[in-house]
Design a protein around this ligand. Structure first.
Ligand code: R5P
Length: 292
């Protein structure tokens, strides 16, 4: 078996390769041509091998997607026996429907391309919409890092913690985490203007006075959602506030926005390779993969 750590997930890929027994970690040569096009070359013989390609597709997502497509095509061309991809952050998953007339179904384009290039099985992490997985006909696995988050926060000895979902989409996650940590949960209502993309949160008594708070979501992009809920929680007397998510994209000034709003820390996974990646999802993948 050969693990190929893609350019966007070099450390995660190596961690996975080390945790799996008896696998080769393939070296990868990659660069950007002067005109911006991606080039890569896998430095191992993949013929007849089971190959695991690890590549998250966080921003710049089109570039990371192209690299993913290139690795899949290289593995197919080299006559790999089976190709498994682990794409923790599957780009375009928020475009899972056509919301307005004239829009394309972008997530379907991504799934169909991955599958048509010859992938046999795909693993993702906490995908924004499970509907997206229906665009695949190959086996799919949506990994959830909730256990890892609970372990992380349990170690912090928080004071009377409460888990908050910043929108209804994160409600089930917050409830499950609260069950696992034996604490309370609540959620906020968020609406989004489909034309401008602007979000608004509804004011609510969150019962957070003098309590530590964990905000949990799948994605932090601009940080707008988190910042609005943090400000609301602070005005209601919350203590320490943590902003946690599976995919900390942290576009532009998102980190500053969240910290300035009053959060003490941002806790993400290494689905996105940043300094906020405090939780490794390598053991999660290896455990699930080894059970198949
Ligand atoms: C959308 O519903 C997601 O679950 C996140 O809440 C959203 O992507 C966060 O975006 P932003 O950080 O830009 O507010």
């Amino acid at each position: 078996m050969i693990v190929v750590p893609g350019p966007a997930s070099q450390i995660l890929g190596v961690e996975i390769g080390k945790l799996l027994k008896n696998v080769v970690i393939a070296p990868l040569l990659f660069k950007k041509f002067p005109d911006g096009e991606a080039y890569l070359r896998i430095g191992a013989d993949l013929k007849g091998e089971e190959v695991i390609i690890v590549q998250s597709t966080y921003p710049p997502q089109d570039y990371h997607l192209m690299q993913l497509y290139q690795m899949i095509d290289a593995a197919r061309t080299a006559e790999a026996k089976k190709i498994i991809t682990f794409v923790p952050y599957l780009a375009y998953s928020r475009q899972d429907k056509t919301f307005l007339n004239g829009e394309p179904l972008s997530s379907k384009i991504v799934c169909k391309t991955i599958e048509n290039l010859g992938v046999d099985e795909i693993y993702v992490l906490d995908i924004h919409s499970e509907l997206v997985l229906d665009f695949f006909t190959i086996p799919t696995h949506n990994l959830m890092a909730l256990d890892l988050f609970c372990d992380y926060f349990n170690k912090l000895s928080l004071h009377d913690p409460i888990i908050v979902a910043p929108d209804e989409g994160a409600l089930k996650k917050a409830q499950k985490a609260a069950e696992m940590m034996n604490c309370d949960s609540t959620h906020i209502c968020k609406t989004r203007d489909r034309h401008t993309g602007e979000t608004a949160v509804t004011l609510k008594d969150m019962n957070v006075a003098n309590r530590d708070l964990i905000l949990i979501d799948d994605i932090i992009s601009t940080g707008g959602t988190m910042a609005k809920v943090i400000q609301m929680a602070k005005s209601q007397g919350a203590n320490q506030i943590y902003a946690a998510c599976s995919h900390a994209l942290l576009i532009q000034n998102a980190k500053t926005r969240i910290l300035q709003a009053g959060a003490i820390d941002i806790v993400g996974t290494n689905s996105v390779d940043t300094e906020c990646a405090k939780i490794s999802i390598a053991p999660l993948f290896v455990e699930k993969f080894s059970r198949q």
